[in-house]
Write a protein that binds this ligand. Structure first.
Ligand code: PGA
Length: 252
């Protein structure tokens, strides 16, 4: 089953308004209206509108790094997926490991976020991945199964708006990448779990991206794996010199 390669840049809490706008223009001009790959960028909330304007004329997808699990209300400091949608955002990251481990987001919160974001007509990129301790303790597949349960809230009509990013926590921002074989093994397991939750057809179509120290030098080998459909890139998405070659690696 051919799945369109999907490359996403997670800009985290980086860049100034000016630099984010310039980077958006660079990504937009490299991508243009290309249809052989999907490209998304995830700037910080306060840069969304600037980035949106600078992506004009391209099909680069505007993403947000997080959202709250309620439509509206007395939730000081939080952002509703409906507000994101209203701002022109198309996709939201949910359950990034920094949200889980630095901000202590619980599985229950993530269920709500997936549900409300899809209801708000946003696409959802659910991030999953084990810590080093969990990997060394032989818990990787168990952790993936637990985290992927958030997909239980996805309705059949919403399946084409869902993607998954497998990001082993020990590989994020550390320079340690999973080997292509390790990535393939975890991705195949994610797909098996997705089949159990949403059915075989969903498992065959939902893109599973790899994240964790992806760079130009390792992108092609990772993307060559059968079940690796793309990359969620942090550090190497912050300049077009680094990100451009990763986009080039997603040609087929
Ligand atoms: P990294 O981050 O590429 O800097 O490891 C990936 C991510 O956290 O999405």
């Amino acid at each position: 089953m051919a799945r369109t390669p999907y490359i996403a840049g997670n800009w985290k809490m980086h860049l100034t308004k000016r630099k984010a706008s310039a980077l958006a223009r660079d990504v937009a001009s490299q991508q243009g209206q290309a249809s052989h790959r999907k490209v998304a960028v995830f700037p910080t909330f306060v840069h969304l509108d600037h980035v949106r304007r600078n992506l004009k004329g391209s099909n680069v997808i505007l993403g947000a790094q997080n959202c709250f699990g309620k439509k509206e209300g007395a939730f000081t400091g939080e952002i509703s997926p409906y507000m994101l949608r209203d701002m022109g955002v198309k996709v939201v990251l949910i359950g990034h490991s920094e949200r889980r481990h630095v901000f202590g987001e619980s599985e229950a919160m993530l269920f709500d976020k997936v549900k409300i974001a899809l209801r708000a007509k946003l696409d959802v990129m659910l991030c999953v991945g084990e810590t080093l301790e969990e990997r060394e303790g032989g818990q990787t597949f168990k952790v993936l199964a637990r985290q992927l349960k958030a997909l239980k809230v996805v309705k059949p009509t919403q399946i084409d708006r869902v993607s998954v990013a497998y990001e082993p926590v020990w590989a994020i921002g550390t320079g340690k990448t999973a080997t292509p074989t390790m990535a393939q093994e975890a991705h195949a397991e994610c797909r098996r779990q997705i089949a159990g939750i949403l059915g075989e057809q969903a498992a065959a179509t939902i893109p599973i991206l790899y994240g964790g120290s992806v760079k130009a030098a390792n992108a092609a080998d990772l993307l060559a794996q059968t079940d690796v459909d793309g990359a969620l890139v942090g550090g190497a998405s912050l300049s077009i010199d680094d990100f451009g070659p990763i986009l080039d690696a997603a040609q087929h």
